[in-house]
Design a protein. Structure first.
Length: 101
């Protein structure tokens, strides 16, 4: 199945602690059905100091379920993603506006 959300897409969070926040997808994990969104679902990770890095409490973006994310269309509203054929190629489009992504 083709991916409805891809790396670099601007998305909005639909449910959870960060509901309503927007960010850009930095990594998608299709097997797990999760994605990492920049600045969303931040957790504090405690790391030990090494010669290479400073230790301490480091904020890290944790994965969020794809079902809790929606693509942001050209109007800035959340939209679902559909697929259609254009000139022999399968393209993604926003269901609200019909624009090709």
């Amino acid at each position: 199945m083709a991916a409805k959300l891809k790396k670099g897409d601007k998305v909005v969070v639909l449910a959870g602690r960060d509901k309503g926040k927007e960010g850009e997808i930095t990594q998608v994990m299709p097997k797990d059905g999760k994605a990492i969104v920049d600045g969303i679902n931040i957790a504090i990770r405690h790391t030990r100091q090494t010669q290479a890095s400073q230790g301490g409490r480091i904020p890290k973006a944790m994965p969020i379920d794809l079902s809790n994310l929606a693509l942001v269309d050209s109007n800035g509203k959340p939209t679902r993603v559909g697929f259609r054929m254009e000139e022999g190629k399968k393209v993604r489009f926003a269901k609200t506006t019909g624009d090709v992504i």
